[in-house]
Design a protein around this ligand. Structure first.
Ligand SMILES: Cc1cc2nc3c(=O)[nH]c(=O)nc-3n(C[C@H](O)[C@H](O)[C@H](O)COP(=O)(O)OP(=O)(O)OC[C@H]3O[C@@H](n4cnc5c(N)ncnc54)[C@H](O)[C@@H]3O)c2cc1C
Length: 403
């Protein structure tokens, strides 16, 4: 029988994440939305709690929980591991506030990238580091194969040059995982990721962006000018294998896309719960035993939004579960990200509408959630790019065949 409930063993983690979201994130949500670029110092205590959870071997409490552990090949059982717990914890925390989750020390997308591709020595060396992720450049976003930043080997160091834009936590993080090419004539196979720590000469934070949503999260422009990093800071293998193409760095997305989908689900659930409360106060109840077309129009609309939410939620859990069980999940990670990204935008905007004038005011967080939602359909691959990946996978086409 199919069991669609989250695993019992994740219960304690989910509970803790929910409590923290309700007691730490929600009360300061509006404050840091207004105080764009101010660091939410309340997060320090909370980050220490997450570190404790990770250190106690609970795993999956933060971005580094997405590592796929060693498999001896003997285990045939169903595995509910770090990817699933991380997704479940992320949903809860983003129910509290997605921008604050993105501001959490040591929980950056760079941490997920390190967890995904670092070797054991690197994992140990970079433990405790807060890492942002820098892929996007002024001339390259969706098409990450067009990266122009370079990394040239000189003795025992790589020399990095280039500019990165829209880097989440780019100012606050201790380090950045930077995508750069070892040899631009060799195309995408030459793109590797490098850990660059703050304070490294030649690494500069140029400016911060002002944004529509997720204002509590800092978004930075970074410049690398003859920035030298030890050659051991290259994540994965330095070999350029043109047969494998993008495989090394792209592996990160299989783990991070379910996480971004989870962020979308957390925000969508927050908006749905608030709207259900407002509708109930207005005397509109949603009846799950009656067809939608025989109910109040607002209740019927609500049922439709919930159906989208459920579909996104199940796809996201499935893609994380596949990662835990070592099943190739690129297709499912993109399906989850596409469905969750689109749904959170639809759901939050429709909730603003269903709540009437109240939905548009700053008295509630509904308007904020509708602003925060859009980025979840953009970063880690836009809606259109996820659909393109899904189409390629289903049709068996290479990226050169279907653009
Ligand atoms: C707040 C914020 C935070 C971010 N954080 C990070 C971060 O931490 N690290 C990082 O590296 N980047 C980050 N980004 C950048 C983000 O990942 C990119 O904005 C995104 O990948 C899209 O790239 P682009 O903006 O260059 O748009 P483009 O690639 O120029 O795309 C523009 C439009 O065209 C569409 N499009 C492009 N190619 C195709 C195609 N082949 N078929 C159909 N449609 C297509 C896109 O979907 C999009 O709608 C962030 C962006 C924002 C706004």
């Amino acid at each position: 029988m199919i069991n669609l409930e989250p695993p019992k063993k994740a219960g304690a983690l989910v509970n803790q994440a929910y409590q923290a979201a309700a007691e730490v994130f929600r009360p300061i949500s509006r404050k840091y939305d207004r105080a764009e670029h101010a660091y939410p110092s309340e997060l320090d205590m909370f980050a220490a709690l997450l570190d404790g959870l990770n250190g106690s071997g609970e795993g999956g409490a933060g971005a580094s929980g997405v590592r796929r552990g060693d498999d001896d090949g003997k285990s045939n059982g169903n595995r509910n591991g770090g990817n699933l717990s991380t997704v479940l914890g992320t949903i809860e925390m983003c129910w509290g506030d997605v921008a604050l989750l993105l501001s959490m020390p040591r929980q950056g997308l760079g941490n997920a990238a390190i967890a995904s591709v670092a070797n054991d020595e690197q994992l140990e060396r970079f433990a405790g580091l807060w890492a942002a992720m820098a892929i996007t450049e002024p001339g390259c976003g969706s098409d990450s194969a067009a990266i122009t930043a370079t990394a040239e080997l000189d003795g025992d160091e790589y020399v990095l040059n280039g500019e990165k834009i829209f880097v989440t936590a780019g100012q606050r993080a201790d380090a950045v995982v930077v995508w750069a090419s070892l040899d631009r004539s060799k195309g995408r196979a030459a793109i590797k990721s490098f850990v660059v720590e703050k304070g490294t000469p030649g690494f500069e934070v140029v400016r911060l962006e002002h944004k529509l949503g997720i204002r509590a999260s800092d978004t930075a422009v970074l410049r690398f000018e003859n920035c030298r990093v030890p050659k051991e800071n290259l994540l994965g293998t330095p070999e350029i294998d043109t047969k494998k193409g993008f495989a090394g760095v792209m592996q990160t997305f299989d783990n991070t896309r379910p996480l971004v989908a989870a962020m979308a689900i957390g925000v969508a659930r927050a908006a749905l719960e608030e709207t259900a409360r407002i509708l109930a106060e207005a005397g509109v109840t949603v009846d799950y035993d009656k067809p939608a077309n025989s109910q109040h129009a607002a209740a019927a609309a609500y049922l439709q939004l919930e159906a989208d939410y459920e579909a996104a939620y199940l796809l996201t859990l499935e893609s994380a579960w596949m990662a835990d069980n070592r099943k190739p999940n690129s297709l499912h990670a993109s399906m989850a990200k596409a469905k969750a990204g689109r749904s959170v935008v639809d759901i939050t905007l429709r909730c603003v509408e269903l709540a009437g004038t109240l939905g548009y005011t700053e008295d509630l967080l509904l308007e904020k959630w509708s602003r925060d939602a859009k980025i979840l359909d953009i970063f880690e691959g836009t809606q259109q790019i996820q659909q393109l990946i899904v189409a390629r996978k289903l049709l068996g086409k290479a990226s050169a065949e279907l653009k």
